[in-house]
Design a protein around this ligand. Sequence first.
Ligand code: MIC
Length: 657
Amino acid sequence: MSEPVAKQLIADHLVSGEPEPGNEIAIRVDQTLTQDATGTLVMQELEAIGLDRVKTEVSVQYVDHNLLQADEKNAEDHAFLRSACRRYGLWFSKPGNGVSHPTHMKHFGKPGKTLIGSDSHTCAGGSLGMLAIGVGGLEVAMAIAGEPLYLRMPEIWGINLVGELPPWVSAKDVILEMLRRHGVKGGLNRIIEYHGPGLAGLTAMDRHVIANMGAELGATATVFPADDAVREFLQQQDRADDFRELVADDDAEYDITDEIDLSELVPLIAKPSSPGNVVPVSEVEGTPVSQVVIGSSANPGLRDFAIAAAMVKGRQTVDSVSFDINPSCREIFADLTKMGATFDLISAGARIHQSGCMGCIGMGQAPASDTNSLRTMPRNFPGRSGTREDSVWLCSPETATAAALTGTIIDPRHLGEKLSMDYPSLQLPSQPTIDTDMLTAPLPQEEAEKEELVKGPNISALPDFEPLPDRIEAPVLLKLGDNISTDEISPAGARALPFRSNIPKLAEFTFTQVNEDYPQRAKDLKDAGGHIVVAGDNYGQGSSREHAAITPRYLGLNAVIAKSFARIHWQNLANFGILALEFTNDEDYDDIDEGDTLVLEGLRESLPGGPDLQVHNSDKDHSYAVRHRLSDRQVEAVLAGGRIPVLARKQDEDGDD
Ligand code: MIC
């Protein structure tokens, strides 16, 4: 009997730890991926670490997020990233080449390898039989410098797929079904592994669609086997030699099991404003729509655009709907063009944008307030689109295109009746375009050593953080509910994103989505001992942006006390010296009010001593039991004020030897 694929991947890369659920393990990292919105900090971290040259097999820097250039900032970040790639030996993917995830899959993804990326959707790489994990930027910087990745060993969740998808239902509906069943916390501390006979009908790109949004379930990773579909994908990419079969036997044992009969799935849609609000499309039919956006890393394949083009061919989208197409990468855009599909889309009224993330992270395409926008994207957290009062729905390209043609949400299976349309059968080119001209290979070491980093005025230095005080006495500046996303902590959007390389400026946007006064109030408290945030379950869900830890820390946040935390954000908090504590009794959350002063004492002794601590509420004169889940390594970092001071100290000690 073979182990699940995920366990085989972990065993092959294990550096330390016992791979039992809940234990901290360390794994070797073969590949890394960074994108511009998080990569600028990663490059600054490499500089702070004093790296000479990358130690991984492959590290690639993509420029796909900050593509609108309303002023000089984004272009200056692009130039900085290019110079850092030249200096440290990374591949550089030029702006316009495409979204990191599908581009990486096409050119670098390899079965059996580990990949980590400073983007939560890095998990999409699991479509090729890789262990691909989204993490904070500092984890990526450390991996580029040759360090292993530390993580808590997750449980392996086997999903047996049976049957075949019916017409008008596609890969997006599979992952929406997972979200419908299990919600945005359902995958916490789990790796999702798909297996079973239903896999035969899913191409590698279909699997990418499913693996990508494993992030929305909170899962550590999603893994598919490397089977014939993967072999075919790599052959088409002219990389047949990179194939290595990696499968589990039918009787492989999973920690948790579930089954999806693909033939029973119906078109699904996530209502505003959580990827977990999933209902059948038929339940919300007739809702008026003002915008439809097709593309992003969550539906990046040629077929996802080609199906939209085939549906609108010879027809007009309605005049009340903006029909936006974001090609996921240049090669797919080229194939669409060669097929004539670009013409069909333009003729039907499509607005074609450059290859990249665009509206997915609110980089343009902000909808009008209180109007419905249907997107094939992974996330619809409040305000992420760039519009505060937004109303974003997530669905398949079929459901999105149906709305562009009718002006309302409609189950695409009803298009036969409404527009006499049958489910189009697609003729995709057997040989996709392969063009690596916008991917620049690393410079040889002798040349790299001579390169200088190009830093425009928008690239600030990383802030220095003080060690954690032994006693925290500070007010609760915010009391938040469940599932607070990092979009609510450090917003995306075209206004904030250009400051991702400038922490003092970005800090001005912190939590403004939930409370506009937060930055100023936090600054007022900074010298008087800082502040604390209290939250419900799954605090920090969503993106990997470590900015959501760094900017509140910069403004004086010492500790977050929550019912539970999302994985990546929890790790980012530890990396930047913020104490993450969980209530032992969830009812204590109800006892705390915004403005209450909380006191934590003797931290330098109690944190290394064990997981249990006491918090005293001096306004109510009540004490609460809380616990941390930090490993000894993380306790050291939190006490030191973050992982960078620990590294700096170690470097000094090494230098003294
Ligand atoms: C996202 O989908 O939220 C992003 C944009 O890709 C982020 C990265 C970021 O915040 O820059 C992610 O998921 O990590």
